[in-house]
Design a protein around this ligand. Sequence first.
Ligand SMILES: Cc1cc2nc3c(=O)[nH]c(=O)nc-3n(C[C@H](O)[C@H](O)[C@H](O)COP(=O)(O)OP(=O)(O)OC[C@H]3O[C@@H](n4cnc5c(N)ncnc54)[C@H](O)[C@@H]3O)c2cc1C
Length: 510
Amino acid sequence: MPVTRSVVASFKGRLVGAPPLSSLCTQAHFRFIRFYSASTHPPPASTEALTIGMVGSGPAGFYTAQHLLRNLPNVKIDMYEALPVPYGLVRFGVAPDHPEVKNVIHKFETIAQDPRFRFIGNVRIGHDLDLAELKPRYDALILSYGASQDQRLGLPDEDAIPNVFSARAFVGWYNGLPEHRDLNPDLESSDTAVVIGQGNVALDVARVLLMPLDELAKTDITEHALEALRRSKIRHVHLIGRRGPLQASFTAKELREMIALPDTKLHLDVPLLQSQMEAGSAILSKERPRRRLMELLLKGATNPLSNTSPTSKSWSLKFLSSPIHLVTNPTTQALEGLQLEKNRLEGPLNAPRAVGTGEIEEIPCGLLLRSIGYKSVPLQGLPFDSKRGMIPNVRGKVQNEDSFTSGIYVAGWLKRGPTGVIAATMYDAIETADTIINDIQKGELQPRIGPTVPPGFKGLESMLRARGVKVVDFHAWKKIDEVEVAEGTPKGKPREKVVEVDKMMEIAGR
Ligand SMILES: Cc1cc2nc3c(=O)[nH]c(=O)nc-3n(C[C@H](O)[C@H](O)[C@H](O)COP(=O)(O)OP(=O)(O)OC[C@H]3O[C@@H](n4cnc5c(N)ncnc54)[C@H](O)[C@@H]3O)c2cc1C
């Protein structure tokens, strides 16, 4: 319920409104006064703090928590995570040969050490606890549970044909995501893989398939993936895009890494690239990063490799092509190829549509990875925009406000749809935290949980115990972390990830 602004106090450099003194008669309001006085008085006891529940421990969760902890002295944050281990896609998405990206974990560890913060791992919201059970225990909930599914191609038998996977599953397999540790892709029956999509994730999986093993062996890639890649016969990877080079969504860093792969040639339709660069010169003169990307592509495709022996590897960017049919062996059902329909572009060059021409091409392949986007899933009781794969929100505040959705916020991929790097996720996490702080300033958000309901995790612990759910706290996660690092060190790896939930729980002593 909004309150009238009458008392204004300085609060960490911000102006903070509080309700009129005459209305401060309930216990919750007394707690409210103490809460807002936090900058000049010692922090009140934990039950008097603003209690925030978070769902998801990826970058969005940690950056939102960091900004709130920095700006709200009297806040308690409980972060629920479905897995026994934290960090979301930083652990299970970011490519193993990008260790510098994973350095954000050091920052997240510092956040987790804050006494006002609690990590509650191995608790899946919507399964172990419902949102409706969480809601009454928290003054605010922040949902940052990312995107745990992927977009489909919509081809017949896409899920039934062996060796056709989502890039999400393949990435999860080499990065140790427990749900995909048994994916077992066949990398030996064919020398050619196809990746549908031309974004950074597509380039990540292509690079992992083609890069020298001695480099990969020094990363935190899982041992089972490394073993399979050692036996791999894959030498050629085609990346398929519906539209043209100007519309490709990978970025320069990832492209440079692909071009720099030793003994690996890039193939693409150079005349098409040149004609698009010419036609799009007005766009390219305004968008320098895109122009540089196109120049890099041209350089990569026209630079003859000194070593083009028959054993050389290759990768290709096939533009203006849509997958229409998976070709299988009639007897074994094994994947043997992919039929593509050639497209032409219609509409403005900065946002053209791909339109099929009816011309069909077939390329042989034995492994197909679709990398056309991740997808968030709805949580019961909340609005969901299934087209954009996100919870509708304004600056992180969930819309369609009713008594259930009020006090619920979103951050990260769930907030803006499943795209964007960690830096973008950080900025929108800060925006969500600022929205919460503004709502506090406006008096729309305040400690409100009455004395009859124990706030936060305290009230839910026994419920979880009764359901047989064993919680992994941050201390227990650090035990897993230590074992992983200790197992990786003799192999020259930063860590050897534990890939089974049971084993994680055993190490955590749960
Ligand atoms: C393959 C891949 C590679 C990438 N590489 C890079 C890179 O090199 N550099 C870069 O800057 N960015 C990279 N990104 C982007 C980056 O990972 C994202 O910007 C970022 O992780 C999004 O953060 P998030 O917190 O919204 O989601 P996530 O990181 O997905 O975190 C969501 C968390 O919520 C948990 N969760 C899910 N459901 C529930 C539930 N019901 N209950 C409790 N917890 C739940 C998940 O287990 C997960 O821990 C990459 C992304 C992908 C997919």
